[in-house]
Design a binder for this molecule. Sequence first.
Ligand code: HEM
Length: 254
Amino acid sequence: MKAGMSLKTMFVTMMVLFLVIPSLVNGKEKKAVDESSLYVRMGGYDVISNVIDDFLTKSWADPRISHFFIGMGTDTRNRLRQKNKNLMCFTTGGPCRVLNRPLEVVHVGLGITDTDFYIIVDHIMVSLKKFDVPDKEREQLHAKLLSLKPKIVNTTEVPLSAPKREGMKETARMANALGISNFNIGRFEEALSHFQVASKEDSGVGEYHFNEAMALDKLGKHSLAVKHFKAAQKNAHGNNKIIGSKILKAHVSK
Ligand code: HEM
């Protein structure tokens, strides 16, 4: 009798486990795909998978940029494929999870130039056409890709430490140093918050405004960057790295 009761209890428990709990979990976990999403309109996961495989194979074989991928074994390359597939799937509205580290962190220090960036974008665009992604969707993806540029391209210019001048505040100098450390490892949000502290405390130091503008530029906040590049110019104290900065000139001439 006791054994019969426990069998019944076991049966009920298993029903709960197999029927009720999975449906609850799925309800929370499963991401509904919007039929009008770019993901669906471009052809879904199969197309994304083909496009990524195709453009990466071409990029690795392209003598203009293949040096960036030297030393990557098959497993690392397959991981790079999958991370890129998930990223494209997720950002177009598909049901994938992002696997990669932040783009601004993973590309920092590789020395990727504008030219390298556009080579990759071209490879992606050609692959999208090869797998019949329609014009409108290709244009939307193109715009998305271009918006990633500040996270991927490393300018040759770096944030500046301030030379010692009379009356400068030590706390601002320390905040600036922290900002530089964060900037150099691609943590631009954090770098920005330290540069903001420095430029607020010592607003007459051009280097702090310059660094704030550099971080803003990386975060795509160009109109604010212009404001701080201008303040850097005004408070340059003859620092040629500020006066002759290409990135500053590109902003203030806008
Ligand atoms: C078009 C925009 C680009 C996107 C969306 C993109 C995406 C990615 C992703 C998702 C990863 C994997 C990150 C991780 O391991 O967590 C990655 C890594 C990498 N990317 Fe890009 N990338 C782009 C442009 C470029 C360019 C222009 C180059 C060089 C020509 C490049 C070279 C690399 C290299 C070498 C790695 C491996 C870095 C490492 O693991 O140390 N990427 N990229």
